[in-house]
Design a protein around this ligand. Structure first.
Ligand SMILES: Cc1cc2nc3c(=O)[nH]c(=O)nc-3n(C[C@H](O)[C@H](O)[C@H](O)COP(=O)(O)OP(=O)(O)OC[C@H]3O[C@@H](n4cnc5c(N)ncnc54)[C@H](O)[C@@H]3O)c2cc1C
Ligand SMILES: NC(=O)c1ccc[n+]([C@@H]2O[C@H](COP(=O)([O-])OP(=O)(O)OC[C@H]3O[C@@H](n4cnc5c(N)ncnc54)[C@H](O)[C@@H]3O)[C@@H](O)[C@H]2O)c1
Length: 454
């Protein structure tokens, strides 16, 4: 690549989260002179208040469930294991500090200049730091992420959001979670397993509107068994009371409570305020996300955007892939590099986890009508059966056409989070049901059910 020496940098990145870091590393690997602005901890949402600490808490919740299973299998362990939360949180934060240190080392080795500051666009080629320093760059990458939304109801400020969940040092005795999406489902499962009594208040008629309805209902059944309360079609009108004793009031004036903690999980909004988008002329869509084309280009030439701030599939691997492809295109001589947004696999870290790739049955029927064939397997994983526990797995394959091409795979059950990745490769390659049947099963596993479904 060739550089313009009249500019300070080839690339200035706003945001040191999943997308920003990936973009900075990839651009530097292509020889670009890069500056990265991050006012907070490196790693952004995912590393500090998202995927990583969430997974740590999910793993702890799984361990707690397994200790209880172990007791039922005859091990000499308590049926209700006590958890010293501070020890768990210390281990989690130690792990996260290790990630921070690794990023610092890697930025240093890559020659990326890290500035611990917010940035603001003055025009398409100029970024101003909080202290007034101005950086001139050939390209700017916006990767400022998103923040939790709060519903506009009286008392909303009394509630916490997912960031506050990660500040907890003990299980609050009773927790209300408002929302029915990824975060409400994940935090509810973890808190219930680690000692809280949890109620979910969802506006929708079921959990996880994005997921296959049958699996979502099966997960609800599991949550009910675990003692999680669920209220659907709920319209939150106000949050009342005082810290430690909060009540929810619905649109009919009915109240529910008292809750030691109310957590709001009603979606996230792109971080676009105060970053100079108006000055530079960067367009937003009706939802407030930065508009980008398939190559992550904003409405202003040389200004790119990736990750949550664009509102495109808001997952860490997507932010990373979008940033890498954009940098491959701009600095790596790969003019066609872009993300394929089709068939992105995802996992809701519920108990058990729900993993999915491709079309749900409803989406497939809408698109392919009567050509859709659905195959399902409901079974009790061996560990659950040995302990005589009721938890079942539900695996579902959605196929279309005479060749029975696999267009959707939906897994609810133990190990689903780890099973899906390989099958996601296969689905992207366009496999058929016959291809699955031609693959030898691995016995005895849960995963074998995917190649045995008829
Ligand atoms: C509770 C929770 C759990 C999640 N779990 C998962 C999961 O299991 N798997 C998954 O794939 N995804 C998960 N996600 C989503 C994932 O965290 C996000 O999709 C991902 O972090 C988006 O990356 P990003 O780079 O766009 O933004 P972020 O990672 O949020 O990074 C944005 C960065 O920009 C910085 N910034 C903001 N304004 C400025 C400015 N003006 N100048 C400079 N810097 C600025 C911020 O400080 C922040 O560090 C989860 C999210 C949450 C909230
Ligand atoms: N495992 C993962 O990959 C993972 C985990 C957590 C978050 N994420 C990402 O972060 C995003 C944000 O998560 P989220 O759970 O906040 O959003 P979400 O979009 O998944 O769910 C928001 C939920 O809030 C409900 N809602 C909206 N307004 C409401 C109101 N006023 N009252 C009651 N309910 C209301 C919606 O009906 C929906 O069920 C996710 O969409 C996902 O992309 C991913």
């Amino acid at each position: 690549m060739s550089s313009d020496d009249s500019l300070d940098f080839d690339l200035v990145v706003l945001g040191g989260g999943s997308g920003g870091l990936a973009g900075a590393f990839r651009a530097a690997a292509h020889g670009a002179r890069v500056a990265l602005l991050e006012p907070g901890e490196l790693g952004g949402t995912c590393v500090n208040v998202g995927c990583v600490p969430k997974k740590a808490m999910w793993l702890a919740a799984e361990v707690s469930a397994h200790v209880r299973l172990a007791a039922e299998l005859g091990f000499d362990v308590p049926a209700h294991p006590a958890l010293d939360w501070p020890t768990l949180i210390a281990s989690r934060q130690r792990y996260i500090h290790g990630i921070h240190a690794s990023y610092l080392r890697r930025l240093d080795a890559a020659g990326v200049m890290l500035l611990p500051s917010r940035g603001r666009l003055l025009d398409a080629h100029t970024v101003e730091c909080a202290n007034g320093t101005r950086l001139r760059a050939a390209h700017v990458l916006l990767a400022t992420g998103s923040s939790p939304r709060r519903p506009r109801v009286p008392g909303a400020e009394l509630a916490g959001v997912s960031d506050d969940f990660f500040a907890l040092c003990e299980a609050p005795p009773r927790v209300a979670l408002v929302g029915g999406g990824y975060i409400a489902v994940e935090l509810a499962g973890v808190l219930q397993a680690l000692g809280s009594r949890v109620d979910i208040f969802a506006r929708s008629e079921r959990l996880l509107g994005h997921a296959d309805a049958e699996l979502a209902e099966a997960l609800q059944e599991n949550y009910r068994h675990q003692g999680i309360g669920m209220h659907f079609g709920y319209s939150l009108a106000a949050i009342e009371g005082e810290a430690g004793a909060l009540r929810l009031r619905d649109a009919d004036g009915e109240t529910s409570g008292h809750y030691a903690q109310v957590l709001l999980a009603v979606g996230r909004a792109a971080n676009t305020r105060g970053i100079g988008l108006e000055a530079a002329g960067v367009a937003l869509d009706a939802e407030g996300n930065i508009v980008v084309d398939a190559f992550q280009r904003s409405s202003v030439e040389h200004v790119l955007a990736v990750g949550d701030v664009t509102g495109q599939v808001t997952l860490t691997p997507v932010a990373i892939a979008a940033a890498r492809r954009a940098m491959d295109r701009v600095f790596g001589g790969q003019p066609d590099a872009k993300v394929d947004y089709a068939n992105i696999p995802s996992v809701v870290f519920a108990h058990p986890p729900l993993a999915a790739v491709g079309l749900t049955e409803a989406q497939a029927r809408e698109r392919h009508g009567d050509a859709v064939r659905v195959y399902r397997s409901t079974f009790r994983p061996m560990l659950q059966a040995l302990a005589d526990r009721p938890q079942h797995s539900l695996f579902k394959l959605v196929c279309t056409g005479a060749e029975r091409r696999v267009v959707g795979l939906h897994l609810l059950g133990e190990g689903a989070d780890e099973i899906l990745q390989g099958f996601a490769v296969a689905l992207k390659k366009g496999i058929t049901l016959d291809d699955l049947h031609a693959t030898m099963a691995i016995h005895p596993t849960s995963a074998e059910e995917v190649v045995l479904m008829r």
